[in-house]
Design a protein around this ligand. Structure first.
Ligand SMILES: Nc1ncnc2c1ncn2[C@@H]1O[C@H](COP(=O)(O)OP(=O)(O)O)[C@@H](O)[C@H]1O
Ligand SMILES: [Mg+2]
Length: 213
């Protein structure tokens, strides 16, 4: 491949990665999220902070595992910490996709109509990025179809399978059982593939947003 074509392809990938950010519902406060401005007020949050920071700093030399799953109720800082990992690694020039799962599905639906990127671009980048962060997995709407796989679980299965041995960060409010039943007959396989090479980080404590009252 010529250097020119290579540079063009690289730029196109970066443009599509920006589309992921456009689609993602990242509130303004999260844009500035960093390890430095995360203030843990519970030992499980301190533990999560240490592990996420270690993960980011040792990203190129991970052995034994390559992915994280942050689990806990809302407002504990799961999106904050996963976005901090994204910011840290982006600054090192890595290709990072951060998107909340409902928006990822919305983006794929939109790719059928939008001519600036195709469905296969989305899958390819999800598979090829240095890190894929799927925020709030399980928060998306999954239509229950009797005996058949829903569209959403089919897509999630495909994306997770395409990165089985590559770094991922998931965040969720749900337990593995809840996730598994959500995705119907695909459920067990999705959760099992999610957990391959993945360390679980469980978070507890108070909702940061409402702690003033
Ligand atoms: N321990 C913390 N220190 C500083 N800011 C926090 C902390 N926990 C949460 N936040 C902030 O509170 C808001 C909600 O946190 P978020 O990461 O979205 O929670 P979750 O994803 O677990 O529901 C975000 O703006 C986040 O930056
Ligand atoms: Mg969140």
């Amino acid at each position: 491949m010529s250097a020119y074509k290579e540079a063009m392809d690289h730029q196109r990938d970066l443009d599509i990665i920006q589309q992921f950010e456009r689609y993602s519902l990242i509130p303004e406060d999260l844009q500035l999220a960093s390890f430095e401005n995360y203030l843990p007020d519970h030992y499980s949050k301190e533990d999560a902070l240490k592990k996420c920071q270690w993960f980011a700093e040792n990203f190129d030399n991970l052995t034994g595992f390559h992915s994280l799953l942050l689990k806990g109720s809302y407002g504990l800082g799961k999106s904050h910490l996963s976005h901090s990992i994204a910011n840290y690694l982006k600054n090192l020039g890595k290709k990072i996709i951060f998107i909340d799962t409902p928006s990822l599905l919305r983006m794929i639906r939109q790719s059928y109509k939008d001519s600036s990127f195709s469905e296969s671009d989305v899958y390819r980048l999800c598979a090829e990025a240095d890190l894929l962060i799927m925020d709030d997995i399980g928060a998306e709407y999954v239509k229950q179809e009797n005996g058949k796989e829903s569209w959403a679980s089919e897509i999630l299965f495909q994306i997770i399978t395409s990165r089985m041995d590559k770094p991922k960060v998931f965040t969720t409010n749900l337990s593995s059982k809840e996730l598994s039943s959500k995705y119907g007959t695909h459920g067990g396989r999705i959760v099992s593939r999610m957990m391959k090479g993945t360390r679980l980080i469980e978070m507890e404590g108070k909702d940061y947003r409402t702690q003033a009252w």
